[in-house]
Design a protein around this ligand. Structure first.
Ligand code: ADE
Length: 220
């Protein structure tokens, strides 16, 4: 069984529609079942994402999962609706540097949490088949909506990150601890600088629709 996770109602709704996931399951967040799959609406932020992923993995034991959603581009060559296939993700707001750790390095000693390579390859092939521009890269995750060009540049330089969002590294960290294969894919809505909130709102629906089509291709 494949589990799909998305943070926002708009994103989860697009996944549900594309995957015909209708039956409501009991969970401390919106959760829906389809043919051989689940769609979970985690809510926004690292805590919400980690809680939902841990719950679904424990309670429903999916064999694989995808975390899909939108992101702000840190790489200026990324355009709205482009897909970023996250090879790895870092929590940019984790800071144990006073103890000599690298920026973003967790107390586990891990800084970058990986997507499952096989699942990421599947997503790459699906994106290509659908004609969606996509490339691999690094995601930076933190509990803050980034709308600050200086901070965006800083995160790109510090972590080599191509996009920023609010759940991915937390979800991948939980998956890593459970030894569960998960891949993270993001669609760009904004540039994480000036105008980010307006661009986010303008592109959220179209980006979510694109992720829905990708999700359907992933299970077909
Ligand atoms: N998700 C989409 N755009 C974002 C941004 N600029 N910051 C954080 N999360 C986002």
């Amino acid at each position: 069984m494949t589990a799909f996770f998305a943070a926002e109602p708009e994103e989860a709704e697009a996944l549900r529609e594309a995957l015909a996931a209708q039956e409501t399951l009991e969970a401390p967040f919106p959760l829906y079942q389809g043919e051989g799959l689940l769609v979970a609406e985690t809510g926004v932020g690292k805590v919400a994402a980690a809680m939902a992923v841990a719950h679904v993995l424990t309670r429903f034991r999916p064999s694989e999962s995808f975390f899909l959603g939108v992101a702000g581009a840190l790489d200026p060559s990324l355009r709205a609706l482009d897909l970023l296939l996250a090879e790895q993700a870092v929590q940019w707001d984790v800071d144990l540097t006073p103890f000599g750790r690298a920026p973003g390095e967790t107390a586990l000693g891990v800084r970058f949490f990986p997507s499952d390579p096989g699942l990421l390859k599947r997503a790459e092939r699906a994106a290509e088949a659908l004609g969606f521009p996509a490339r691999r890269g690094v995601v930076a995750t933190g509990d803050r909506f980034l709308a600050d060009p200086k901070e965006a540049e800083r995160l790109r330089a510090l972590h080599g990150a191509d996009a920023v969002e609010m759940e991915g590294a937390a979800a991948l960290m939980v998956a890593w601890r459970f030894r569960h294969p998960m891949a993270l894919v993001r669609a760009v809505t904004d540039g994480a600088g000036e105008g980010a909130t307006g661009d986010f709102q303008a592109f959220l629906k179209a980006a979510s629709r694109r992720l829905g089509l990708l999700a359907r291709a992933l299970v077909e």
